[in-house]
Design a protein around this ligand. Structure first.
Ligand code: UDP
Length: 408
């Protein structure tokens, strides 16, 4: 059982002043005054691992720091439920699902067992993704505004699954999608809110020379050749296998390393399987390293991202792709697949490079390994793009604007 102790960060909006434009801070001030004292409850399925948990670790305390009563809770569930919701997750991405009555039953029973997680007095209840969506059974008679926040790309969701889940989602007053392209027709209000990274978290803050050295030694980070890296959960949809294939072509003429830094989230039972396949694929090739990190290896990931030369995100699908945001924020040149939220972040030849297949990926890697001035310039522009659009203070403002609009 995972508990929240120490998970939420000890931070306030003031801590972000140096990253935010004056004008944004003014707009936040005005909205905070209007919303002062409002209570908001965020509910998801894990405190650790994956993009949603990362966001809530910062968003919840920052909301509190400007006068909101913000709380974060999770539903409790067993392996069977997480197996079901992982199948749902994959079916959102268009994978086939053997959608059985048993799955519906497991979903319903777990939802029912968690109904008391809902704060009866919250002005806003936000259910993140599909795992806690069954809690909308508590909406009738609840006085608050309910919001479903869809953090994944729902465009290719399996039709039968959607028929089942949309019944729950449509009860909410509003739905949030990362971008307009993801909107489903639920008949309720719609908002578009890309997520954000926290520039002060261990994952993204500046690191000291001593911290860097310690982590690099601990992880035996290679220093004699350029390093290409992909950070992501071991998940088929992140397509690490395609990165290995592209890398094998590149290293034939430009000596370099490839590192995979990943782990498995609590709610993702498939992680181990993909990790094993990847390990088998790379065998004992000395220039490919696979790091299986613990879910709390934030500083390690930070140091790795800052120390490598190129960051790849070769996803087959991607809700938003916070690993890309993290890479941009560190001023690294990014090569990514043109899918989902990556398209809002990597603007080809401006804030990074887009590669739609293995051949293009290999060509982009070669280009960046050879042209360091281009790599630096893409990194610089990528960082500014992330600062203006995808960091905590911007995200907070977007939330406040949404809450304010929802009141009427
Ligand atoms: N992450 C991590 N450890 C890992 C792999 C990923 O802490 O082994 C983090 C990663 O740095 C990012 C988040 O988990 O902050 C993943 O978010 P993203 O939107 O990229 O993908 P998701 O896992 O939600 O599909």
């Amino acid at each position: 059982m995972v508990t929240k102790t120490g998970i939420e960060r000890n931070i306030s909006l003031n801590d972000y002043a140096s990253f935010a434009d004056e004008e944004l801070l003014d707009r936040i001030d005005k909205l905070s005054a209007r919303l002062k004292g409002a209570s908001i409850q965020h509910i998801n399925s894990t405190f650790i691992g994956g993009g949603v948990a990362e966001i809530l670790q910062s968003l919840t305390p920052v909301m509190r720091s400007i006068g909101l009563q913000a709380r974060w809770d999770i539903i409790s569930a067993g392996d069977e439920f997480f197996g079901v919701t992982k199948a749902f997750h994959n079916a959102f991405h268009g994978e086939r699902i053997d959608f059985s009555e048993r799955m519906k039953e497991v979903y319903r029973l777990t939802s029912e067992a968690n109904l008391d997680v809902v704060d009866r007095n919250a002005d806003y209840v936000v259910v993140h993704d599909q795992q806690p969506l069954g809690l909308t059974d508590r909406k009738a008679g609840h006085g608050g505004k309910w919001v479903w926040y869809c953090h994944i790309d729902p465009v290719n969701v399996d039709a039968r699954l959607w028929e089942f889940l949309s019944g729950y989602a449509a009860r909410c007053d509003a739905a949030i999608y990362h971008m307009a392209e993801y909107a489903k027709n639920l008949g309720n209000r719609q908002f578009f809110l890309p997520p954000a990274i926290d520039p002060l978290s261990d994952k993204n803050r500046e690191v000291t020379a001593a911290e860097r050295e310690r982590v690099l030694q601990e992880l035996d980070f290679p220093r004699d050749k350029p390093v290409i890296m992909q950070v992501s959960r071991f998940d088929r949809l992140k397509n690490p296998f395609g990165v290995v294939e592209a890398f094998r072509r590149v290293r034939a003429d430009i000596p370099s390393y490839l590192i995979f830094a990943g782990g498995a989230a609590d709610d993702d039972p498939e992680g181990q399987e993909v990790l094993n396949e990847l390990l088998q694929m790379v065998g004992n090739e000395p220039d490919i390293r696979v790091l299986n990190l613990s879910p709390t290896s934030h500083l390690e990931i930070n140091v790795l991202q800052r120390s490598c030369d190129i960051i790849v995100q070769n996803s087959a699908r991607e809700g938003f792709g916070l690993t890309v945001t993290e890479a941009l924020w560190k001023g690294k040149p990014v090569v990514a697949a043109p899918v989902g939220g990556i398209l809002k972040q990597v603007i080809h030849e401006q804030t990074g490079l887009l590669a739609k297949n293995g051949e293009e990926l290999a060509a982009c890697l070669r280009l960046l390994l050879k042209d360091q001035a281009l790599a630096r310039e893409l990194g610089r522009r990528g960082k500014e793009h992330a600062r203006r659009n995808f960091i905590t203070p911007v995200y907070l403002y977007n939330w406040l604007a949404l809450m304010d609009e929802l009141r009427v």
